[in-house]
Design a protein around this ligand. Structure first.
Ligand code: HEM
Length: 83
């Protein structure tokens, strides 16, 4: 957990095409600036805080995420949102 995370290397690959399409009305999960801007709300919802857990379980999505992925997202925030 000492390696610095980046959006392109670590976070962007977490989002499936389905995730990106499913959330496109609210924000673009493929876009660094959008994910940075909404990171706090995204971090809540991937933990099921503030509403239904994201991504939704089948058949609407492939969620919820494993704890290790949630921690990776948290580390990206703690690392200062590297692009
Ligand atoms: C601020 C964070 C988020 C909010 C408030 C949010 C909210 C929502 C809402 C309201 C829906 C529609 C629910 C419905 O149709 O009943 C939805 C669908 C969905 N969301 Fe999110 N979401 C968030 C983040 C995410 C993230 C981070 C992912 C993926 C990692 C994700 C993946 C999906 C998917 C796959 C769907 C299903 C789309 C479909 O039905 O085709 N969402 N979300």
């Amino acid at each position: 957990m000492t390696k610095t995370t980046s959006f392109q290397g670590d976070i962007r690959p977490l989002f499936t095409e389905r995730d990106i399409q499913g959330m496109s009305k609210a924000f673009n999960l493929a876009n660094y600036d959008d994910v940075k801007k909404h990171a706090g709300a995204i971090y809540d919802r991937i933990r099921g805080i503030g509403g239904a857990v994201m991504p939704p379980p089948p058949p609407r999505g492939e969620g919820p995420w494993q704890q290790s992925r949630i921690e990776l997202f948290a580390k990206w925030m703690a690392d200062g949102f590297q692009p």
